[in-house]
Write a protein that binds this ligand. Structure first.
Ligand code: ATP
Ligand code: MG
Length: 777
C-alpha cells in the first residue's frame, strides 16, 4: 500500500495538523493518527498511486484547432495503440491530456517527431511529473464566507464575555472557512499543473495573507512563480556542457524543441515585463476559469493580476519576489510563537481599516499596507517588557546551520518552526495589549526614528543612515524598516497627513481604552469593548470635536554637552530656551516662508490660551502696523539677536516654563495652491541640488511667486485672519522628545474658507519647522 509522506502533513499553531492530501484539519496528534489509519486517507493514497500511474502513460497535446472534439484526437492517437481517455481543457479548448494504454504506446507516440491533425502541427510531450492533489467534487461549504455586515459583527462581538473573548471571536469570524481554504488549494494546484506544462520545472508558491496566518475571507491570492529551474533547463538545453552535473541529474524536459512555448523567449536575458507577458498569455489561453488577466509592469514588484470567475477571487502572480516568500514565513512563525499575535493583528488591522488608515488600495496610495501594519504590531510585541516576541536578530542567533538563508543578499535566517523558541514570560492579556498598542503609538515620533524589527527598537535616523543599507532607506514621515530587506522602508508611501492621522486615531483609541466602556461588557445592552473602536471615522470626528483645528507634532530636543545640559535643566532654562527657539522657528516659517503677517498676541490672551474668545483675538489681530505697546512684530525680533530680547522678561513671568505662545496672523495670498507646479517651474528641468524640494529657501520663492502671480503688492485686506495658540510639552515617547501643539482659530466668518489653508499647514508646517530648526543648528 502507498505510504503517506511527511509532505502530506502540515503542523498548525496550537498543536493542530492538516493533511494536505485529504484537505482535513485535526486538533492533535492522536486525531492525526486516527485519520492516517482511517478509510478516507487510505482511499486517497490509492487514488494517488492510480493517478501517478496514469500520468506516466499520458501525453500533453496542444497546437490543434480550437474546438477540436476529443474523439478526433482519440482517433488520431489510436493509430499508435489503444487510447484510454482524452481530457480536454473545456473552457479554452487549447490543450488535451491523452491517456494511452501503457508506456509502450507512449514511447511509440513520442518516438514520432512530427504529429499533425487537420492540417495543424501538434505539440506532443510527456506529462510533467507533479504532486498529486485531489480535486473533491464541489459540494462542501461555500468557497467564500458570506460578507459579515458591520451591524452583524457588532452584534456578535457584544455577546462575548470580555475583550479577550471578543478578539478571539474576531479571528474566527474573519479567517478562511474550510471551503475557502480548499478553493485556494485547488486553484494553486490548477496553476501548478498548467505552468508545469509550459514552464518545465517551475513551481507556483502561495504567499501573503492566504498562508501567513492573517487570512481574511476574500483576501487576494498572492502567488510566486519560481522559474529558477526552468531557466537552468533552458540554459542546459542550449549548452549542455556548461550545465553543472547536479542540475543535469534530474530528467530534462525538452525545452529545445521549437514546439515549446519557451522557444520564443530566453528566460535568462528576458526582462521581467517580457516574462510576465508570457505568463499572462498562458493564463489567458490555458487556465480554465480565469479572466481579467492584466500585466502590471511598473509596480515596485511587477505582477500579473487575474480574477477567478466562479468565486470572484482576485490574485497576483509575481516572478521576482523571493523575499516575500521569506517574510511570509516569518509572519507565520510569529503567529506560531505566541497565540496572542493573531487576535491582536486582526483587531489592529480591522480598526485601521475602519479608520481609513490602512488597507491595500489598488495602485498604492498614502495608507499603510497590511504588511506594514502587521510589522508595526510585531514590533510593538517585541518591545513589551518582558517581550512577547523575540527580535529578528535573536531569531538569527537561534537558527541552526541548515536554516541560514540569504535571499537577494539579505540575511533571512530564522528557525524553521517555533519549537526551538523560548515561550514568552509576558502575561499581559489581549485587552491590555491592544490598549497599550494605542498608547505607545499615540505620541510616537515616526518621522524622527526608524522602527527596526531586526533590533526590536527604534533607531535614530543618523545612525541608520551611516550603514550601507540605511543610506538607501527612503525616509519620510513614517519609517518602518523591513526586517530582512534592510534598505526598504515598508511605509515609504505614507504621507505626512496619514502619519498624523495615524497618531491622532491612536490618541483617541488610547483614551477610549482607558474607559470602562472598553474594559467591561455592558449590562444594559450598549455597545462596548472593541465595537466602538471599529466604528468608522469616529476617531477623526472625536479629535476635531475635542480639539478644533490643531496641528500637533513631535520635535527632538537637541543634544547638549552632558554637563551644561544638566545645569541648564536644573535651572529650568534649557527647556525654556528650546521652546523659545521653536516658537521663533514657527514664526519665521509663517513670515519668511509663507509670507504671512505674524505678531505675538496680547498678554491676557496668552494667559488664557486655551479658552480665549474670538473677540479678543480680533482685537489683537495684526495687520501692517501693529498698535504699539501691546504686541511686537516678529520681524523686529528677527532683526535683533536670536537670544531673548530685553523686552522678553515678561514672557518668563507669564509662562513659567516658557511653554505657551499666541500669535495673531494674516495670510494675504493663496500660497497653499499650486505650489508643486511653481516649484517645478522654479527648479527648472535640471534640479539644482541646493534647491531640492522642500528647501525653505525654495519654498519662500514659491510663496513669493504665487503672491506675484496674484498681482503686484499686497491687497488692501488680508485673505484670512487667524490666531495661533501654541503649547509645548514633554512627549510620552521619550525623554528627548517634545511635542508642539498649535491650535488655530480663524475669525468666525472665515471658518470654512480657512479649512483649505489649514489642511495645507497640517502637512507643511511640521516639516518646515523641523527644517528651520535644523538649519539654525
Ligand atoms: P492582504 O492581501 O490581506 O491585504 P497581504 O499580507 O497578503 O494582506 P499584500 O499587499 O497582498 O498583503 O502583500 C502580499 C505579501 O507581499 C505580504 O504578505 C508580504 O509578504 C509581501 N509584501 C507586501 N508589501 C510589502 C512591502 N512593502 N515590502 C515587503 N514585502 C511586502
Ligand atoms: Mg495579499
Amino acid at each position: 500500500m502507498a505510504e503517506s509522506t511527511h509532505e502530506d502533513l502540515e503542523s498548525l499553531p496550537r498543536g493542530g495538523f492538516r493533511c494536505r492530501l485529504c484537505h482535513v484539519t485535526v486538533a492533535n496528534k492522536p486525531s492525526l493518527d486516527d485519520h492516517l489509519r482511517g478509510k478516507k486517507h487510505q482511499r486517497m493514497e490509492n487514488l494517488r498511486s492510480v493517478r501517478q500511474a496514469q500520468e506516466l502513460r499520458s501525453v500533453f497535446v496542444s497546437g490543434f484547432h480550437k474546438g477540436t472534439p476529443a474523439s478526433e484526437l482519440s482517433d488520431y492517437f489510436q493509430t499508435y495503440g489503444e487510447v484510454v481517455n482524452v481530457v480536454m481543457d473545456k473552457d479554452k479548448g487549447v490543450y488535451a491530456i491523452v491517456e494511452l494504454q501503457d508506456r509502450e504506446v507512449l514511447e511509440k507516440v513520442l518516438a514520432q517527431t512530427q504529429h499533425s491533425l487537420g492540417g495543424q502541427k501538434l505539440r506532443v510531450k510527456p506529462r510533467e511529473k507533479k504532486d498529486f492533489k485531489y480535486t473533491p467534487p464541489r459540494k462542501q461549504g461555500p468557497a467564500k464566507r458570506e460578507q459579515l455586515s458591520p451591524e452583524k459583527l457588532a452584534q456578535k462581538l457584544c455577546q462575548a464575555d470580555d475583550v479577550d473573548a471578543q478578539m478571539s471571536l474576531l479571528v474566527q469570524l474573519f479567517e478562511f472557512s474550510e471551503g475557502e481554504r480548499r478553493l485556494r488549494d485547488l486553484l494553486v494546484t490548477l496553476f501548478q499543473e498548467v505552468f508545469l506544462e509550459f514552464f518545465p520545472g517551475s513551481a507556483i508558491l502561495p504567499f501573503g495573507s492566504s498562508v501567513n496566518g492573517f487570512d481574511v475571507s476574500g483576501c487576494d491570492l498572492d502567488l510566486f512563480l519560481d522559474l529558477e529551474k526552468t531557466k537552468k533547463f533552458q540554459a542546459s538545453a542550449k549548452s549542455p556542457t556548461e550545465t553543472p552535473a547536479e542540475d543535469r541529474a534530474s530528467p530534462e524536459p525538452d525545452t529545445r524543441s521549437e514546439d515549446s512555448i519557451l522557444s520564443d523567449i530566453d528566460l535568462a536575458s528576458a526582462t521581467v515585463p517580457e516574462v510576465l507577458e508570457l505568463v499572462a498569455t498562458v493564463l489567458r489561453k490555458c487556465v480554465p476559469g480565469v479572466h481579467h488577466v492584466q500585466v502590471v509592469p511598473n509596480a515596485r514588484r511587477p505582477v500579473v493580476k487575474f480574477c477567478h470567475k466562479e468565486s470572484g477571487l482576485r490574485g497576483d502572480i509575481s516572478i521576482d519576489n523571493k523575499l516575500a516568500l521569506r517574510n511570509t514565513r516569518f509572519l507565520q512563525l510569529c503567529t506560531e510563537t505566541d497565540e496572542r499575535v493573531r487576535p491582536l493583528v486582526y483587531a489592529v488591522r480591522y480598526w485601521a481599516k475602519q479608520q481609513a488608515l490602512a488597507g491595500n488600495p489598488f495602485g498604492g496610495g498614502p495608507l499603510l499596507n497590511n504588511y506594514a501594519l502587521t510589522l508595526l504590531v510585531l514590533f510593538f510585541l517585541q518591545t513589551r517588557n518582558p517581550p512577547v516576541l523575540p527580535t529578528v536578530a535573536r531569531l538569527k542567533e537561534l537558527s541552526e546551520n541548515e536554516e541560514q538563508t540569504v535571499v537577494d543578499s539579505w540575511d533571512c535566517s530564522f528557525p524553521k518552526d517555533s519549537t526551538r523558541l523560548e515561550p514568552s514570560s509576558n502575561t499581559e492579556n489581549l485587552c491590555a495589549l491592544l490598549a497599550e498598542f494605542f498608547h505607545v503609538f499615540e505620541d510616537y515620533n515616526f518621522a524622527g526614528h526608524i522602527i527596526s524589527l531586526r533590533e526590536g527598537q527604534p533607531l535614530p535616523r543618523p545612525s541608520v543612515l551611516t550603514s550601507e543599507a540605511g543610506s538607501k532607506l527612503k525616509l519620510g514621515p513614517f519609517n518602518l524598516q523591513d526586517p530582512f530587506e534592510l534598505s526598504h522602508n515598508v511605509a515609504a508611501n505614507v504621507n505626512e497627513k496619514t502619519a498624523l492621522r495615524f497618531r491622532r486615531c491612536c490618541q483617541v483609541a488610547a483614551k477610549y481604552c482607558r474607559s470602562l466602556q472598553y474594559q467591561r461588557k455592558s449590562s444594559k445592552g450598549k455597545i462596548w469593548g472593541l465595537v466602538r473602536l471599529f466604528q468608522p471615522g469616529t476617531a477623526e470626528a472625536e479629535v476635531l470635536a475635542a480639539t478644533g483645528l490643531v496641528i500637533s507634532f513631535p520635535l527632538t530636543l537637541p543634544t547638549q554637552p552632558a554637563q551644561s545640559h544638566e545645569l541648564l535643566c536644573q535651572a529650568g532654562d534649557f527647556h525654556h530656551q528650546w521652546f523659545q527657539k521653536v516658537y521663533a522657528g514657527i514664526a519665521s516659517v509663517l513670515q519668511n516662508v509663507l509670507k504671512c503677517s505674524c505678531s505675538e498676541g496680547l498678554e491676557q490672551e496668552q494667559e488664557a490660551a486655551t479658552d480665549c474668545k474670538q473677540g479678543e483675538q480680533l482685537a489683537g489681530m495684526t495687520t501692517e502696523q501693529p498698535p504699539a505697546g501691546c504686541k511686537r512684530s516678529l520681524d523686529e525680533e528677527e532683526a535683533g539677536s536670536s537670544s531673548p530680547s530685553p523686552k522678553r522678561p515678561r514672557t518668563d513671568a507669564l509662562f513659567p516654563e516658557g511653554r505657551s505662545m499666541t500669535w495673531n496672523c494674516a495670510v494675504w495670498h493663496k500660497v497653499w495652491l499650486g505650489r508643486r507646479r511653481v516649484r517645478r517651474q522654479l527648479r527648472g528641468p535640471q534640479p539644482d541640488p541646493e534647491h531640492t524640494a522642500g528647501s525653505l529657501e525654495l519654498e519662500a520663492k514659491v510663496s513669493e511667486a504665487i503672491s506675484q502671480q496674484e498681482g503686484e503688492g499686497r491687497p488692501a485686506d488680508p485673505l484670512l485672519q487667524f490666531t495661533i495658540h501654541a503649547r509645548a510639552g514633554a512627549s510620552a515617547s521619550g525623554e528627548r522628545e517634545t511635542r508642539i501643539s498649535l491650535r488655530f482659530d480663524p475669525v468666525p466668518e472665515q471658518a470654512v474658507a480657512f479649512q483649505e489653508f489649514f489642511h495645507f499647514l497640517q502637512g507643511f508646517l511640521p516639516r518646515a519647522v523641523e527644517q528651520q530648526l535644523a538649519s539654525e543648528a
